[in-house]
Design a protein around this ligand. Structure first.
Ligand code: ATP
Ligand code: MG
Length: 224
């Protein structure tokens, strides 16, 4: 399903070029799970952004379901993100002026789905219940703890029933117990719905629950 071939990524800044990824190759089959660990600044978020068509590689090719993600136009990238992808961002990116329920409903509206409003709302409520936030539907992101914001971001990533979830530190600020809840939820999604999962994490316990375990270091990706 996902085929990353010899991908390089350099960030160009005035007077310098920062090479972050150097000859990355990675294959993740449909319905498989993979985790990527690596030191801070090693390029994990950079790699996820490339896979999610949020950024383009400097060189190399990224194919998802036979389509060249790096070659997407803006519209194709947006449609891909709305239709096929659930992205859990490292810093959550919740809209501060929207309630939790509205934040979770939002991608469903952007995706141009033909569905009654009530159905979308029920789906969003059920997801917020799964992550234990059923009593906070009308609250705003600033009224939540970091872990609660993260769980909201996870619910939001699931609302479009994506085939692929890219999760950037999905248990970053969570205690051990909640980490387990989130890990269980991710594994369950994979096992029951066949969702393909790529998880970036500093948490070895979460990393080991994925079928394949990679380490990013010095711009290179190695299987562990
Ligand atoms: N837009 C950008 N412009 C210039 N440099 C960038 C940009 N985004 C990231 N970088 C640099 O690229 C390197 C990799 O960043 P990235 O965010 O991918 O690391 P990471 O592995 O996700 O780290 P962390 O574990 O801290 O989240 C860092 O040195 C970072 O400063
Ligand atoms: Mg990061």
């Amino acid at each position: 399903m996902i085929e990353v071939q010899s991908v390089n990524k350099a960030y160009e800044m005035p007077g310098e070029s920062l090479r972050v990824l150097d000859g990355i190759c990675l294959t993740v089959g449909k319905g498989e799970t993979a985790s990527v660990v690596g030191p801070s600044g090693s390029g994990k978020t950079t790699l996820l952004n490339l896979l999610g068509a949020l950024d383009r590689p400097t060189e190399g090719r990224i194919e998802i379901d036979g389509r060249d993600v790096a070659g997407f136009s803006e519209e194709e990238a947006a449609a891909f993100r709305n239709r096929s992808l659930g992205f859990v961002f490292q810093n959550h990116h919740l809209l501060p002026q929207c309630t939790l329920l509205e934040n979770v409903i939002l991608p469903r509206l952007a995706g141009d789905w033909e569905e009654a409003e009530g159905v979308t709302t029920e789906r969003a409520k059920a997801l917020l219940e799964e992550v234990g936030l059923q009593d906070r539907l009308g609250h705003f992101p600033h009224q939540l703890s970091g872990g609660e914001r993260l769980r909201t971001a996870l619910a939001r990533a699931l609302v479009n029933e994506p085939d692929l979830i890219l999760a950037d530190e999905p248990t970053g600020s969570l205690d051990e117990e909640t980490t387990e809840v989130v890990a269980d939820l991710l594994v369950q999604l994979n096992e029951e719905k066949g969702v393909t999962l790529i998880v970036v994490t500093h948490n070895p316990a979460l990393a080991k629950r994925m079928q394949n375990y990679y380490e990013l270091r010095g711009g290179r990706l190695e299987k562990r």
